[in-house]
Design a protein around this ligand. Sequence first.
Ligand SMILES: [Cu+2]
Length: 315
Amino acid sequence: MNTPTRLAGFGVVAAVVFGIALLVGRAVGPVAASDADSPGHDTHADAAPAGDASPDSAETETELPGGLMTSQDGYTLTLDRARANPGDAVPVSFSISGPDGAPVTSYDVQHEKQLHLIAVRRDFSGFQHVHPTLSGGTWSVDLALTPGTWRLFADFKATDGEALTLGTDLAVDGSYEAAPPAQESRTATVDGYEVTLDGDLDAGADAKLTLSVSRDGKPVTDLQPYLGAYGHLVALRSGDLAYLHVHPDGEPGDGTTEPGPDVVFHTAVPSAGTYHLYLDFQHDGVVRTAAFTVTAGGTGESKPQEHGESSGHAH
Ligand SMILES: [Cu+2]
């Protein structure tokens, strides 16, 4: 596929994860190219059905963020049961069928796992990032579920396919009160850790986000690798829960990447709007999640966040 080619041009390959997520922000490229009908630009020729000259059909395929669809490229995510009772450890199982209709049983390892499952209630409560176990084409895991509608994201790469993130809803019985709409929030406290987020999101533009971890007022400088990185960042767009999964600049053990307190990410969000960001990080053997809410402006908009303070970190 053309993914590697595009990423090479992007220049922040380290930030890109599981394939398509960040390409969303690159969508400007293909659109402009198709308008110009540049010779040698064969992406659309490959993607569009023969005889269909409409650029729209091809663009739709290449521009969608991850996680919005239950079925894509022949792969379909199906829950064994789309309804569950609430509980602290609710068994949830699902399968992913391939282009031949049969459950996929062979997956490539990405970031140390064959499949990453993200679960979040649709009002952005109860984020979980877990790793189900595979048995005969069925994935199983326990989730902590409160009443409400949950979105499940399966982030995987079937051995015969491209990296995909499929999404589906799980209805959890019981009455509940929806969480209030999130306000902009750039400081998170979890288990005595304080995590701050510095940097702005801009629709379609590369953004540098610096997350800094401290405990008891002291910077944490001995973060532990979790799934091959000092942090994993999931961004979900408010409204449709479009999914982006971002990994930080640098890797543990590469000789230059410090184990905190800063973890630096580069990402590009597909549109202006509000994004919920979840940082998974590991310290003292425990993985914790820090949650943020950030509003992305359109290109050229001014934002209240101060840039200057983070510029001293030479990463
Ligand atoms: Cu994972």
